[in-house]
Design a protein around this ligand. Structure first.
Ligand code: THU
Length: 141
């Protein structure tokens, strides 16, 4: 079990198995002709819905979008607001963790989410997002 907010715990064992199945399936959709690096993500919402994402590169390199943000933007655009766990996987970078840009974006929508990564040997690691990005940028008005 992992605590995703003051009120919510995630049955990580049960959820991770389903997320693992979904990220492996999503790997097939990666578009990474430039880096050759595949990344897949699965986002688990408090209502049980799951949104997947893969990295989508572009010949204008900086327009590339990370797998994590693809999953989050899909979910937010469908009206989701409460996120418990993000699972990440790359067959090319073992136990991959999100880049700083993705951590910033997730911190805004989900400051208590658990970030999980699964190695090429199917070993899971779990990190509260606050341990990966301790001081996210906030607009102070
Ligand atoms: N990538 C992700 O999808 N997520 C990350 O957290 C880091 C990097 C992708 C972007 C690019 O397509 C490839 O990995 C190499 O940077």
């Amino acid at each position: 079990m992992a605590r995703a907010s003051s009120k919510t715990t995630v049955n990580t064992k049960k959820v991770s198995k389903e997320l693992l199945r979904r990220i492996k399936k999503t790997l097939k959709n990666v578009y990474a002709p430039y880096s050759g690096i595949s990344v897949s993500a699965a986002l688990y919402c408090a209502n049980g819905n799951i949104y997947t994402g893969c990295n989508v590169e572009n010949s204008s390199y900086s327009l590339t979008m990370c797998a994590e943000r693809v999953a989050l933007f899909k979910a937010v655009s469908e009206g989701e607001k409460d996120f418990l766990l993000l699972l990440l996987h790359s067959p090319d970078i073992d136990s991959i963790l999100p880049c700083g840009a993705c951590l910033q974006v997730y911190s805004e929508h989900s400051p208590n989410i658990i970030i999980a990564t699964v190695s090429t040997k199917d070993e899971f690691r779990f990190y509260p997002i606050k341990t990966l990005l301790t001081q996210p940028f906030r607009l102070k008005k």
